[in-house]
Design a protein around this ligand. Structure first.
Ligand SMILES: Nc1ncnc2c1ncn2[C@@H]1O[C@H](COP(=O)(O)OP(=O)(O)OP(=O)(O)O)[C@@H](O)[C@H]1O
Ligand SMILES: [Mg+2]
Length: 240
């Protein structure tokens, strides 16, 4: 279970959230609530705004119109973590990468050592704790990024196509870790191009098209019978 937090990040509520960069509107009027304990998958074509939506919900990006609130406050959210398509790691050992992230939030000493051990064990990297993160394989690096995120005990974990550059075996390993983190009570918001993966892991699906939130449905309903022609066309195209 994620530890109880004095300052909850959830629910995350995005009301009329719009993101413009220069003259370009990248997200239009997004209304979306992320409830505690859910597993929300963001899918849609390239350039539809998935990464931008994750950054908005994480608070890395401010809306140009509308609002995002975390647990009823305007932010900043405190117990969140993000994992990207390619792990961003420091040139030091696997364990030291996690130690560094913990130190940034004031966790040091015995508590840090315990969390590092637990997190490396969780992702099956205990034997590689002292290996330089830069020489780990792509799959191992992504597992380390997940361990580092998990060590922070986030209430919400954002994952932006974390398996996009991994082979099927490494992909399954990451999926198992995400499933384990979710089972311990962490809310998941993840983007993917891998529809079978979304079917395996998603509780609900947010479908984006050209910066608009076209559909937000329980995953089984979305895949069985999408409500909109845009989503139906996307699913049809992906099946080819
Ligand atoms: N900093 C930026 N400046 C200008 N345009 C941007 C910026 N960030 C994103 N965009 C544009 O916004 C649109 C949405 O980008 P985003 O990366 O959110 O899409 P995506 O759905 O994650 O795509 P992909 O499937 O390729 O990862 C794209 O057209 C992109 O070019
Ligand atoms: Mg993206």
């Amino acid at each position: 279970m994620a530890e109880p937090s004095p300052v909850a990040s959830l629910p995350i509520v995005c009301s009329g959230g719009e993101v413009r960069i220069g003259q370009t509107r990248i997200l239009s009027s997004i209304n979306l609530t992320i409830e505690p304990g859910t597993s929300t998958f963001v899918i849609g074509p390239n350039g539809s705004g998935k990464s931008t939506l994750l950054r908005l919900l994480h608070g890395l990006l401010a809306p140009s119109q509308g609002a995002v609130t975390w647990g009823g406050r305007v932010g900043p959210p405190v117990r969140q973590a993000m994992v990207f398509q390619r792990a961003v790691l420091l040139r030091r050992s696997a364990a030291a990468n996690i130690r560094y992230a913990l130190r940034l939030v004031g966790i040091v000493g015995a508590e840090a050592r315990k969390r590092i051990d637990d997190a490396l064990a969780e992702v099956g990297l205990k034997a590689l704790a002292q290996r330089s993160a830069r020489v780990l394989s792509g799959g191992e690096q992504q597992r380390l990024a997940l361990a580092r995120a998990w060590a922070l005990r986030p209430e919400v974990l954002f994952l932006d196509e974390p398996t996009a550059s991994l082979d099927p075996k490494a992909t399954r390993a990451v999926e198992d870790i995400v499933r384990g983190i979710h089972a311990r009570g962490t809310t998941i918001v993840m983007s993917t191009h891998n529809l079978p993966q979304a079917k395996r892991l998603a509780g609900s699906v947010v479908f984006l098209d050209e910066g608009r939130l076209v559909e937000h449905s329980p995953a089984h309903e979305f895949f069985a019978s999408p409500r909109t022609p845009e989503a139906a066309a996307f699913l049809e195209g992906e099946r080819l």
